[in-house]
Design a protein around this ligand. Structure first.
Ligand code: CA
Length: 373
């Protein structure tokens, strides 16, 4: 941290104290004092896997920090550090596990090297949508399994954002058959990358800021990132003009927070409730924001940049789907914990397929059919 950043942080802290003291002044006549004054200020350092203030991802982390700081009356102050400020994006997990940082905001599938089970808490190919994974984590047994998994690494996990449906990606050449995946060098992390490898492609994992230069230099032929909103921000359309959707690999990617378990255990009950509630609020806001901004950005891509959308054929989906189910099932062989997570996840997904079949899925198709007549 340089001196300027430190001073800015100190100014924010001072402002927070002033606000808290103002509240105390108003409440002083009733003899009630602000928690911030009684407890002092506890600062938490939150590292992220995102570029600073990146739309929807970096800003979700900012929102979460602001909610926790504000809801606690400033007594729990969260400072956000972009990828590379304290540690690089992919070092965030270890930084929190060891206590170098207090918490991270990122995507759990980045930690698949620690355990394959982490994939299920972001998204897996042919898996659950945003609202479905929320249902599983909150009410279908997902959170208890996640607590157990992350607890092995001294981390307490939360959902704190969701990108909604992710697109299939940007390609320099058209993909007209399964053969076109052969030899394709594509940035696609997590289990989606394993599916591409089975199709004969070369999957690479790059953090957000590394993707555009790799496309530009020709190190990669294609990339997926998120959806129209985030993809437009990076300008991928300039290097890889063929945009495929829907994607198969991330049907609703949850963003995750991990807090150092010792830090979590040391928090008083009201602060724990604030952290948990702030994560839920950040989650809801994130889904709402992605839903609207993706629609707006898609229109910009089509009308201002002339992007023509493509979709994978049914034949491609059949093979991709078959491989996806196998790749996801194979993760269960990694260890007993991953098997339990896999079985819980697949059970929940299959239950929710039944509801999807009679609700949003046919409704969307009918709405579109009627309105586009
Ligand atoms: Ca993605």
């Amino acid at each position: 941290m340089d001196r300027r950043t430190f001073l800015t942080g100190a100014t924010i802290a001072a402002t927070t104290v002033a606000t808290a003291c103002g509240d105390t002044g108003q409440e002083g006549t009733n003899g009630v004092s602000s928690p911030a004054v009684n407890r002092g200020i506890r600062q938490l350092r939150m590292v992220t896997t995102w570029p600073a203030n990146f739309p929807g991802l970096g800003t979700a982390a900012n929102n979460l920090a602001q909610y926790i700081t504000s809801m606690s009356g400033g007594s729990l102050e969260v400072r956000v550090y972009a990828a590379g400020e304290i540690v690089s994006a992919f070092e965030s997990f270890d930084a929190v596990s060891t206590g170098t940082a207090d918490m991270y905001h990122g995507a759990e599938y980045y930690w698949q090297g620690k355990s394959a089970a982490f994939n299920f808490f972001t998204a897996v190919p042919l898996g659950m949508t945003a609202t479905e994974i929320m249902g599983w984590v909150e009410y279908g047994g997902g959170q208890a399994l996640w607590d157990e998994l992350s607890g092995q690494f001294n981390i307490k996990p939360f959902q704190a954002g969701n990108t909604g449906h992710q697109m299939g990606g940007w390609f320099k050449r058209e993909i007209n058959s399964l053969e076109d995946f052969r030899g394709l060098r594509m940035r696609i992390p997590g289990l989606g990358g394993n599916v591409l490898r089975e199709l004969g492609g070369a999957a690479v994992t790059l953090s957000g800021g590394e993707i555009y230069p790799a496309l530009q230099s020709g190190t990669i032929d294609a990339t997926e990132w998120v959806g129209p909103w985030n993809d437009l921000a990076f300008g991928f359309y300039r290097e890889a003009p063929y945009y495929y959707g829907p994607g198969f690999h991330e049907p609703g990617s949850a963003l995750g927070v991990g807090m150092n378990l010792d830090v979590w255990n040391s928090l008083e009950d009201d602060h724990k409730t604030i952290v948990q509630t702030a994560c839920r609020a950040a989650n809801n806001q994130s889904i709402a924001e992605f839903q609207l901004q993706n629609a707006v950005a898609l229109n910009v891509l089509e009308t201002e940049h002339g992007i023509e959308l493509r979709s994978f054929t049914n034949e491609m989906w059949d093979r991709i789907g078959e491989i996806s189910e196998q790749v996801v099932a194979d993760t269960a062989n990694a260890d007993a914990m991953t098997r339990r997570v896999y079985e819980s996840y697949i059970n929940a997904r299959n239950q929710m397929r039944g509801w999807a079949r009679v609700s949003e899925m046919p409704y969307m198709m009918q709405r579109e059919r009627v309105l586009s007549r």
